[in-house]
Design a protein around this ligand. Structure first.
Ligand SMILES: C[S@@+](CC[C@H](N)C(=O)[O-])C[C@H]1O[C@@H](n2cnc3c(N)ncnc32)[C@H](O)[C@@H]1O
Length: 270
């Protein structure tokens, strides 16, 4: 790909502030469409870590779910808070946060439909409205981190609100995937970009305003970010694509999932 193609495809430098701001406006504008497209796969009251379909009921990455009862759990970049709702349905004291009012409105509608009222709080993950050391476990399934230029600010905030020894688990697109086209077919199996090219995937409108930005970090970048925030990395989980999952989600698909990793889940301790 030449630089013109990359620009058209959207890999381009954008001002950090504009990229971070787009994280809210894009999700506000696309909340309904996103839930319509992925709602069936995610469920309204289910905890899914990513397109492979790994569910917390099986993975127990937050620890045994029963052990969370009586502890304070925080969901970051919750979207419609399907994960938080699943925990609440098991008696866990959880609060779900997201920067997008429209995603939280989708969550409020799900609260009404399911009869499970998980508390919803609007907050940027880089400025959490919670006291220091007030949370036992924090998590995010593909929330916030991919959409901010400064992921370290998210980890630092999470480290601040976590009690010493508390757990922080977050899933993101597997960094290796960024070297491949976002194509669920065999065309998505040939690397066309450098894994080391950190330019975000960004979309701009006709006036040049950044409307969407998604940030690539290598595995090492993620490790350095959590360590710089004072956290300890305990595990890195790379879910395999199960034969039972025939779902295509954007560039994720069974064709690619059997060959390439799609999701990385970082398990950290404060
Ligand atoms: C892919 S969704 C993940 C939510 C949910 N787990 C799901 O799978 O639908 C990404 C979420 O991150 C949120 N987000 C983006 N930037 C954020 C930020 N700076 N702080 C908090 N949430 C943010 C978006 O509003 C969106 O709801």
């Amino acid at each position: 790909m030449d630089s013109h193609d990359l620009r058209r495809a959207g890999y381009q430098d954008v001002p950090d502030e504009a990229g971070g701001r787009a994280g809210r406006s894009w999700w506000d504008a696309n909340a309904r469409e996103y839930v319509e497209e992925h709602g069936d796969f995610l469920g309204e009251d289910d905890f899914c870590w990513g397109p492979e379909g790994l569910r917390e009921v099986d993975a127990q990455l937050l620890g045994p779910t029963q052990s969370l009862v009586g502890r304070r759990v925080l969901e970051v970049g919750a979207g419609a808070a399907q994960c938080g709702r699943w925990l609440a349905s098991r008696g866990v004291d959880v609060v779900s946060t997201d920067v997008s009012a429209r995603m939280l409105a989708e969550g409020a509608a799900m609260n009404r439909r399911t009869g499970r009222a998980v508390p919803l709080v609007q907050a940027d993950a880089r400025a959490l409205p919670f006291e220091d050391s007030s949370v036992d476990v924090a998590f995010s399934a593909y929330g916030a981190i991919p959409f901010v230029p400064d992921a370290i600010a998210v980890h630092t905030e999470v480290a601040r609100v976590l009690r010493p020894g508390g757990r922080w688990v977050f899933s993101v697109t597997h960094p290796v995937r960024w070297a491949f086209p976002d194509d669920p077919s065999v065309r998505g199996l040939t690397a066309t970009r450098s894994y080391f090219d950190r330019r975000p995937y960004a979309e701009t409108d006709e006036t040049g305003v950044v409307t969407y930005a998604e940030y690539h970090r290598t595995v090492g970048d993620h490790v350095r970010d959590v360590v710089a925030a004072g956290l300890t990395l305990v595990d890195l989980v790379e879910p395999e694509w199960p034969a039972s999952n025939g779902e295509t989600w954007g560039g994720w698909s069974p064709v690619r999932g059997t060959v390439l990793p799609g999701t990385a889940i970082f398990v950290c301790r404060a």
